[in-house]
Design a protein around this ligand. Structure first.
Ligand SMILES: NC(=O)N[C@H]1NC(=O)NC1=O
Length: 175
C-alpha cells in the first residue's frame, strides 16, 4: 500500500525536518496537509501509537464545522474521480481493497442511488474505512447510517477518517 519502498522507524520520524514530515504525513488524512503541520509540533513521539494518537486528537479537537470540512475532502466511493482515475494513490488502493473497482452495473446503480440520497440529506459524502469493509457492508452502512442525525453522522464519519488515517500511518511507519 505505501508509496515508500521501506517503512521508517519512530526515531527516524523524530529527526525529520518540518518539510520532510509534512511531505511524508501530508496525506494520512485525505488532502489535509494542515494535520501534518499541527501534529509535527507534538514531535518527538514516544511510539507509533503516540503518533497515531496525535493525528486522532487533531481530528477530535476540530469544531463541528471543521470536521465537516474534513469529510468533504474525501472522494466519493466508486464515484466520478474513481471513474476518471483521479483518486489519490491511497484512495485508489483502499477502494480497490473493498472491491469497489469491480462493481456490477446493478451494484453501481444501487450504490449511486444510496450515495445520492445520503449526500442530499447530509451535504457531505458518505465516509467509510474501505479497507475494513466490502461492497456488502458498504451498501448496508449507507442504508443504516442514512437514518442517523447530522451530528451522529459527523461523529461516525470522523471516526472512519481516524481508521483510514491509522491504516495509512501503519503503511509508512515500522511497528
Ligand atoms: N468516501 C470514502 O469513504 N472514501 C474513502 N474511504 C476510504 O477508505 N478511502 C477513501 O477514499
Amino acid at each position: 500500500m505505501a508509496s515508500l519502498t521501506s517503512k521508517i522507524s519512530i526515531s527516524e520520524i523524530n529527526s525529520l525536518s518540518d518539510k520532510q514530515f509534512e511531505s511524508i504525513f501530508g496525506g494520512v488524512i485525505e488532502l489535509c496537509k494542515d494535520a501534518a503541520v499541527q501534529v509535527k509540533k507534538k514531535c518527538p513521539f514516544q511510539s507509533l501509537e503516540a503518533l497515531c494518537d496525535a493525528f486522532q486528537t487533531y481530528l477530535q479537537d476540530l469544531s463541528l464545522e471543521d470536521k465537516v470540512v474534513i469529510l468533504k475532502l474525501h472522494p466519493d466511493l466508486a464515484g466520478r474521480l474513481a471513474d476518471l482515475g483521479q483518486l489519490t494513490q491511497e484512495s485508489t488502493e483502499e477502494q480497490k481493497a473493498a472491491g469497489l473497482d469491480k462493481l456490477t452495473s446493478e451494484q453501481k446503480r444501487i450504490l449511486e442511488e444510496r450515495k445520492n440520497r445520503y449526500n442530499e440529506k447530509f451535504d457531505f459524502p458518505f465516509i467509510i474505512c474501505a479497507r475494513e469493509n466490502k461492497i456488502q457492508s458498504i451498501m448496508e452502512g449507507l442504508q443504516v447510517r442514512y437514518e442517523n442525525s447530522y451530528k451522529e453522522e459527523v461523529a461516525i464519519g470522523i471516526n472512519e477518517v481516524k481508521k483510514i488515517c491509522r491504516l495509512r500511518i501503519l503503511d509508512i511507519v515500522k511497528e
